[in-house]
Design a protein around this ligand. Structure first.
Ligand code: B3K
Ligand code: ZN
Length: 872
């Protein structure tokens, strides 16, 4: 397989003004007829280039005609999945008949079966698995779709836009015609057919148009869509109020399917969701999932403007729609709940997973310069770091000018396929803020390191910060240029009071400093003593900050910073410092011991009733195994696990009475509500219980079991179960078994059970996971189940990182098994192995050997790219 490059982009030689599709639906063989109204693209220039259409190895060509003249075999050829027609007029109608086999489609791209229904997934290059087409996002076309099927089995037949016709064929099959008036690229095409239940609603837009809202599921799930429907209406209102964006069609539909490679898909007017990201009920869904459902419903809806009305010119520009839309959904969730809590969760995820990606062999810029398989670039870098870039533009412009920039962007480019440069140009033109240097964020990979030192001149009352920035080398990018980094800073005095200081003649409590050179100095005037700096407030840039804080400074920031985000950040730094010392002791084989300062910080926190319980819960959560691994070189997984367990037990025993009290204080009676307030109480209560359960207390052990048995909602029941499993409670096995018995009819709950079961720390973890893959609840064809079991297993240090390498070999076997069946899923499973260079030597060689074993197989493009780059 070979790479394609951004620098080789050319406009398409042909355009498709109208696309008419007919699907004669059948599980075994579906016949697709396409009528493409094509012409040469004037922007391409005068040319006699042949017409080259994209297809897939799973598409069988039956016949092709040009302006109703059936082409004889010598006038076209099919080679390497392309249909090539040498002689064409300047304008013509191309008719193509193809045959596909939905029930044999295991890659879940194109048209496939999920349970008893038909559904599609076309982004990025799935449409070519349906029929031959110019499958690229800069070819936008008006689609009309005709679906023919047996009404008894497929009473619901959906596609994009509006239903315009319904009738019968001579054989008595039903024919439904859909028309979408908005030109769109093929990746936004969708089709669904099945025996589905529906929930209806209506949304009245700001201009007083009624939009029909419909959510479809299999009938046994229709009682779980109310929350998603309300979330949809909140999203529609929010986009009107915040971005001035109104929905454009008369109908908006969402369909839930069980077999789906990712979370959801923003097809025009017909979003398709993984049922795990749409369905919710108090008994079966945890708080986290409620919030995720709301965020993903919003995300896909927001794509209607940021993605569909204005789309990407090519796939290198993916972050144009994804980075911006993630920023939009993050801001939406912050507005619906708590801004600080949301920011902490997003940053914590970024620093754990995106920073790791940026430091690994697949590191790439937010706008990649090349790829072998685009599916591999739906990454945390494109999504989450892409969102951070948009957030920094928001910081640099301010809210008002940012809105002017987004208005200009949508006005200027409505109906077009554009680039990240076009987005930045609109922001710059509307605001007058120069973003020339800032644009390097799109093209440079790697996480910048910002080192800060300071000094105080008592004679003049001047406090100086010196900042040095440096971005490490990444594959293909040995040297880096300085970035424009907005660093938000505030100052505290020794008592923790906020200080006002003057920077460049502006007096304020909070300053955004513009770090643009490799090294730069900033002066704060009007101070009487050396302050404690609160740096990078709100995580104003996605960088690694290095400043030598003392434990006293960190405790002060933790208790007093007016920036809630930095209070959390200080607690994390304090915990990381202590854990690092403990990890080093563990690596050296010493007995662990520490005089923990966190005890004091946590004690104060647990006794301060003025605090948001959600924030207290976040601060109490120790840095994760994954985050500590990201920080370490090399990574000693067992030492990290041992250090975390030690510190958790130490804190639990030192503050056991406080944890017990907080646990009891935050218990709630009454009906479950997924509101920010109730979620906050539950999260604090459950983390308090997780500490208390680490102590010898009999009462705590009883409380875990009693919460498991009496909980009226999944959040509390599953928290109790997880605590039992993670604290090696003597009843853990029994509770896991009873949980499965209770919930075996609910696949989404069973997936949680699979994940928790697979993640257990035990010498026999590998046997457990093999057993789970043989369990009747497991299904290799279902991505959610594969992710649950193998994702869970990846968290088991004793299982996955077993010193004999059996965990790695097992994962490699699964990758090889899925390589051809479902390349996208197989490729995602490779991630843990790609980190081999950072592992402790004994484990590193074992991981590498597995990568080499995989590379020797006949690989899909997806897996080949990840494995070969990891070994390079
Ligand atoms: N745009 C889709 C992702 C498609 C992934 C294709 N491999 C979902 C989203 O980001 O909204
Ligand atoms: Zn998206």
């Amino acid at each position: 397989p070979s790479a394609i490059f951004l620098k080789d982009y050319k406009v398409p030689p042909f355009l498709i003004d109208k696309t008419e599709l007919t699907f004669d639906l059948d599980e075994a063989t579906t016949i697709v007829t396409s009528r493409l109204h094509m012409r040469r693209n004037p922007a391409f220039g005068k040319s006699t280039a042949p017409l080259v259409l994209d297809g897939g190895e799973d598409v069988k060509l039956i016949g092709v005609a040009m302006d109703d003249y059936a082409l004889p075999p010598e006038e076209y050829r099919v080679s390497e999945n392309k249909l090539i027609i040498t002689a064409t007029a300047d304008e013509f109608l191309l008719t193509c008949e193809t045959l596909i086999e939905p029930q044999n489609n295991t890659r879940l791209e194109g048209l496939y079966r999920s349970s008893s229904m038909f559904c599609t997934q076309c982004e990025a290059e799935g449409f070519r698995h349906i029929t031959y087409y110019l499958d690229r996002p800069d070819v936008m076309s008006v689609f009309t779709t005709t679906i023919i099927a047996d009404e008894a089995r497929y009473p619901v037949m959906l596609s994009n836009g509006n239903e315009v016709e319904r009738g019968k064929t001579d054989e008595g099959k039903t024919v439904v015609v859909w028309h979408d008036p908005f030109p769109k690229p093929a990746y936004l095409f969708a089709l669904v057919a099945g025996d589905l239940a529906v929930k209806n609603d209506v949304f009245t837009t700001q201009s007083k148009r009624d939009v029909k809202l419909q959510i479809f599921t299999e009938s046994h799930n229709i009682d779980k869509v109310d929350y998603a429907m309300e979330a949809l209406k909140r999203s529609m209102r929010w986009d009107e109020e915040t971005y001035g964006r109104e929905y454009d069609l008369d109908i908006f539909m969402i369909v839930a399917v069980d077999d789906f490679n990712m979370g959801a898909m923003e097809n025009k007017g017909l979003n398709i969701f993984n049922s795990s990201c749409l369905l919710a009920s108090p008994e079966t869904t945890t708080d986290d999932t409620y919030l995720r459902v709301e965020a993903i419903v919003a995300h896909e809806y927001f794509h209607n403007w940021s993605g569909n009305r204005v789309t990407c010119r090519d796939w290198f520009q993916l972050s144009l729609k994804e980075g911006f839309t993630v920023f939009r959904d993050q801001t939406f969730s912050a507005d619906m709940h708590s801004e600080t809590v949301k920011r902490v969760e997003d940053v914590s995820f970024l620093k754990t997973a995106q920073f790791a990606e940026d430091a690994g062999p697949m590191a790439h810029p937010v706008r990649p310069a090349s790829f072998i398989e685009i599916s591999n670039f739906y990454t945390l870098t494109v999504y989450e770091k892409g969102s951070e870039i948009v957030r920094m533009i928001h910081t640099l412009l301010g809210a008002e000018k940012f809105r002017a920039g987004s208005d200009l962007y949508f006005d200027r480019h409505d109906g077009q396929a554009v680039t990240c440069d076009d987005f930045v140009a609109a922001m710059q033109d509307a605001s007058g803020v120069d973003l020339t240097q800032f644009k390097r964020w799109y093209s440079q990979a790697g996480t910048p390191i910002v080192k800060v030192t300071d000094s105080f001149d008592a004679a003049t009352g001047t406090y100086r910060l010196t900042m040095v920035q440096d971005t490490p080398a990444t594959p293909g990018q040995p040297t880096k240029l300085p970035l424009h980094i907005p660093v938000r800073v505030g100052l505290l005095d020794e008592q923790g009071s906020v200080l006002t200081a003057e920077v460049n003649g502006v007096s304020a409590e909070d300053h955004v400093l513009h770090l643009t050179s490799s090294e730069q100095e900033f002066e704060f005037h009007g101070l009487s003593a050396k302050p404690v700096p609160s740096l990078l407030r709100g995580f104003s840039a996605p960088v690694k900050l290095r400043y030598d804080y003392s434990s006293t400074d960190l405790l002060l920031l933790l208790s007093s910073d007016s920036d809630g985000f930095n209070r959390w950040s200080a607690s994390q730094q304090l915990a990381v410092n202590e854990l690092t010392a403990l990890i080093n002791q563990a690596i050296e084989g010493q007995e662990l011991s520490i005089d923990s300062q966190l005890v004091h910080g946590f004690k104060a926190l647990l006794n301060d009733e003025s605090l948001d319980p959600a924030m207290v819960a976040l601060i109490l959560a120790l840095p994760s195994q994954a985050y500590l691994s990201e920080l370490a070189t090399p990574i000693y997984p067992a030492a990290i696990k041992q250090a975390r367990q030690y510190l958790k037990a130490l804190l639990a025993n030192a503050l056991s009475a406080d944890f017990e009290r907080v646990y009891r204080e935050h218990k709630m009676d009454g009906d479950y509500q997924p509101t920010a307030e109730d979620i906050a109480h539950r999260s604090l209560k459950n983390i308090a219980l997780s500490y208390w359960a680490e102590t010898e207390s009999e009462l705590a052990q009883q409380e875990v079991v009693s919460q498991f048995k009496t909980a009226n909602n999944m959040t509390d029941q599953f928290a109790a179960l997880s605590i039992a499993v993670n604290s090696q409670h003597e009843k853990a096995e029994a509770l896991l078994a009873s949980f499965y018995e209770q919930w075996k009819a609910e696949p989404l709950v069973v997936n949680k059970w699979l994940m928790l079961s697979a993640s257990q720390e035990q010498e026999t973890a590998l046997t457990t996971v093999k057993g789970l893959m043989e369990h009747p609840a497991f299904d290799l064809k279902n991505p959610n189940k594969v992710r649950s079991v193998l994702g869970g297993f990846g968290q088991s240090v004793s299982g996955f990182h077993h010193e004999n390498g059996s965990g790695y070999a097992f994962l490699a076997d699964q990758i090889i098994l899925l390589n051809k069946r479902n390349p996208q899923i197989a490729s995602r499973l490779c991630t843990p192995l790609t980190r081999w260079k950072k592992m402790q030597p004994e484990l590193s060689v074992k991981m590498k050997a597995e990568l080499e074993r995989i590379l020797a197989e006949d690989l899909s493009k997806d897996v080949y790219e990840v494995i070969s780059k990891s070994l390079a």
